[in-house]
Design a protein around this ligand. Structure first.
Ligand SMILES: Nc1ncnc2c1ncn2[C@@H]1O[C@H](COP(=O)(O)OP(=O)(O)OP(=O)(O)O)[C@@H](O)[C@H]1O
Ligand SMILES: Nc1ncnc2c1ncn2[C@@H]1O[C@H](COP(=O)(O)OP(=O)(O)OP(=O)(O)O)[C@@H](O)[C@H]1O
Ligand SMILES: [Mg+2]
Ligand SMILES: [Mg+2]
Lengths: 265, 265
């Protein structure tokens, strides 16, 4: 069965979407098929994988409402072995739409359970090694749905002071969800992003986080690299846009480290 | 009466808080007193102005619930002429706390109206030229409260592709609020942030935004400057941490441009 993880951090702009896209692409490139579920109304992961708004027929909103199964909403991307459930702005209305539904926090978990059952019975349904869920920058119902559906949280952490400040809040939220809604929820790991070797702040954050959470922090650090931020405007992951740039190489390295750590578990 | 504006953008990490802190400081420095209301549960604006979590006795959460007036929650900062209503994590629970309250979207507007009435009657209550509201990165009840209470939205826009993608959604949300909840709501302006002269992406975003929204975009562009991101770890605005750095100079220039445009309105 696939390993399901959500990319969550209520601090904005820390690299959740960029990590979902590029780590997903790198894992697919080394033969580990990935499904990415875009749960952010902004739909940046869908755009960054080249799925235009006009082409998003069935979305994660339809899945949460039960108007489509996960299998129906899955679509291909330009990356072999990397599939996507796209997002749309409709997600902004999901809290209101599901306000009377007792299972509203479990909608994604239920959809995934249904999907797993289908894929056991029907080998044509894609089998994934990893399922990623890209979350919006808040601890709202969408992020809660992701944390209830996932087995772990992958935490992208920008090497900046404000991002560090929010980490303890995020970790305590994960503990709360683990204690009440999803006992299986763990921390997959903390990945440092937008590391800028030219400034002290990055190394201070790196040293600080490793001293507090050593075993959880990946050895691989993602550098700040303009090619990574240019790629989404072409609807491509950095690995397709420029596979030799420092950002792409780091995401390939991260994919290897993630798989090694998974095997060692 | 003060000009009330909220700093809003559902895209995360675009410089909302950094602009609120540093533009506020710059305005206070040129003699225009400012009040900043921190409406983000992360409380980054409060931390960036040196107010430790332990010192936040009354917060914006207490004001929204009606447990404290705005006047009671206002506290001083290290910057003369710059006051703050701090935020706390309690704000995460405000939607649930106010779910039965019909005025839940108007709580901040009501508190501000009450404050204005008090300050007319009692000259001891600080008179501000500008009131800023720092918003979280989502279009939720907190941001709606800010948009209902404000006369305008100041939009920080990071010079990156994903940030540009979210702009049209933000502008349409502003139109919706203007049409239904707050007819006075306008766009104060769009300020380009984290502009990196070394890469094409920044100039492309700059050219793109000016071609679509020319009159709304400030001439002043805030450069990416590591001193700006180091300052919050010392609990200081960039202007106090390093008043000669490019970021501080840009925020001083922006303050002048904002005041000039206000006078010309
Ligand atoms: N390693 C990197 N080098 C340079 N730019 C990066 C890097 N990683 C991300 N970015 C850029 O930084 C910005 C923020 O990244 P991203 O949108 O992935 O963060 P996020 O956490 O998903 O944001 P949100 O909170 O809005 O969902 C984007 O414009 C992205 O292109
Ligand atoms: N001009 C700048 N130069 C360098 N770094 C900057 C600049 N402006 C902001 N930053 C840094 O970028 C990060 C994001 O900025 P900030 O937190 O102000 O954005 P925000 O929109 O308030 O984020 P959120 O969506 O989480 O509320 C912070 O770590 C901040 O220190
Ligand atoms: Mg994102
Ligand atoms: Mg902020």
């Amino acid at each position: 069965a696939p390993r399901v993880m959500c990319l969550a951090n209520q601090k904005g702009g820390v690299g959740k979407t960029t990590t979902a896209i590029n780590l997903g692409t790198a894992l697919a490139a080394i033969g580990e098929p990935v499904l990415l579920i875009d749960l952010d109304p902004q739909g940046n992961a869908s755009t960054g994988l080249g799925i235009d708004r006009a082409d998003r027929k069935l979305t994660s909103f339809d899945v949460l409402l039960g108007d489509a199964t996960l299998a129906e909403a899955v679509c291909e991307t330009a990356v072999p072995g990397f599939h996507l459930v796209p997002a749309s702005m409709d997600l902004l209305g999901v809290e209101v739409e599901l306000s009377d539904n007792e299972r509203r926090i479990h909608r994604l978990a239920d959809a995934l359970a249904d999907y797993q059952a289908t894929s056991m019975a029907d080998s044509a349904v894609s089998r994934f090694s990893y399922i990623f869920i890209d979350c919006p920058p808040s601890l709202n119902m969408l992020t809660l749905n992701a944390m209830v559906a996932a087995q772990s949280v992958l935490v992208p952490l920008q090497c900046e002071f404000f991002a560090l400040e929010g980490l303890s809040q995020l970790l305590s939220t994960i503990e709360q969800v683990k204690g009440s809604l999803n006992p299986a929820l763990d921390i997959q790991g903390i990945v440092l992003t937008m590391f800028d070797a030219r400034n002290n702040l990055s190394s201070q954050v790196d040293a600080d986080v490793r001293s507090h959470f050593d075993g959880l922090v990946y050895d691989t650090v993602i550098p700040r690299n303009v090619r990574v931020s240019e790629a989404p405007s072409f609807g491509k992951p950095a690995l397709l846009y420029d596979h030799k740039c420092s950002g792409s190489l780091a995401y390939m390295q991260l994919a290897g480290e993630l798989v090694r750590r998974e095997r060692a578990r």
